[in-house]
Write a new protein. Sequence first.
Length: 420
Amino acid sequence: EEEEEEEYYGRDEDDEAFDSTDDEELLDHELASPANNVLEMDMPARRSGHVAVACGNYMYVWGGYKNTESTGFIDCYLPRNEIWIFNMETRRWKKRLTVGDVPPSMSGSCAVCVDGVFYLFGGHHARGNTNKFYRLPLSSETLHWEKMRDLKGLAPTCKDKLGCWVNKNRLVYFGGYGYVANGGHLGTFEYDETSFLANGADRGWNNHIHILDLETLTWSQPVTTGNPPSPRAAHTCATIGNRGYVFGGRYRESRLNDLYFINMDTWEWSEMSVPQQGPVGRSWHSFIPVSPDHLFLFGGFTTEKQTLSDAWLYCVSKNEWKPFKHSNTESPRLWHTACASEEGEVFVFGGCANNLLSQQRAAHKNEILVFTVQPKTLVRSCMETVLQFKDLLAGAWECLPKHLLCNLTQRLGSNNTLGS
């Protein structure tokens, strides 16, 4: 499983032990928030294993880990009280500090945004895996975390590297890697024989589905039909209509290239054939909807431990994979994030550019890679032309509507973006 990179954190303990521990005990595993570092204030630190969600034209980034500046190959989690916000229109970053029930610093968590609320579940922190659930309203003047303590029903096991679909005000979690499942979980748990030696705890992969109803705050598990995917972790989940798609991931020594979807009205699984000339098996990739009929796949990590930079478009109605040509082929990524803007662009942030599981120093990144997967709007094309000929047209800028003038001014100072 994709866990070897965190074995230095030592023995894993039952997650309940973490809740009775003072947060200060975790600080040895976390980087301090760099208040006086100018570069850090301009853009987020390099990282992998973080989460990112899109809300309007903003991308919100939390968590993950990076190399320390000391010698050796030691990694540290990023500060847990930081949220980095990327404006996908002006291409600028802004850092916000959060308060409240701030989650522990983690990697491999699962995050989604529903109605302007950032929901965070699971992950791997300094004491092992967790199944705790947090919410963060994004529209408030103060970003205040709330730990959801009164959830009813059977919660998922403590795990990380899982996926999530959003359907009818429900969060539907699938798969992951974590502690042994006890107590009546529906689905399959496959024990990883190497997990105790690496982490001091019995872990494995699963293909469990757990639903959290955001109105009743109740966990449940559906009874599914059809042939389900094998247990897996570091896969990706994407929602189109009432279908929840899952692609790839790692199961034992294989990184998969199978594609399934589940009908979230009937809870029936279907497997879609992936052609031989389609994408190779991978984990730690991104796979997100970019239209009501298309999913965009980028990067990942192969069974042969190669970090990928290929991109694909999957057409739902035709069940067809097509390679997507782009200019980021020299920027392989694994364990990155990807968010789609309202203008049909995909923004990939962070991740690792080399073999994260090797003995060499991990090449964590903080660049933004941009993929234009839909035709640009007329307004967008005009804005880019005005910027291209800014010296010639600068005298006429004052004639523009105020919001367009503000947008152009902000774009002039944009940073850290590689175009496609």
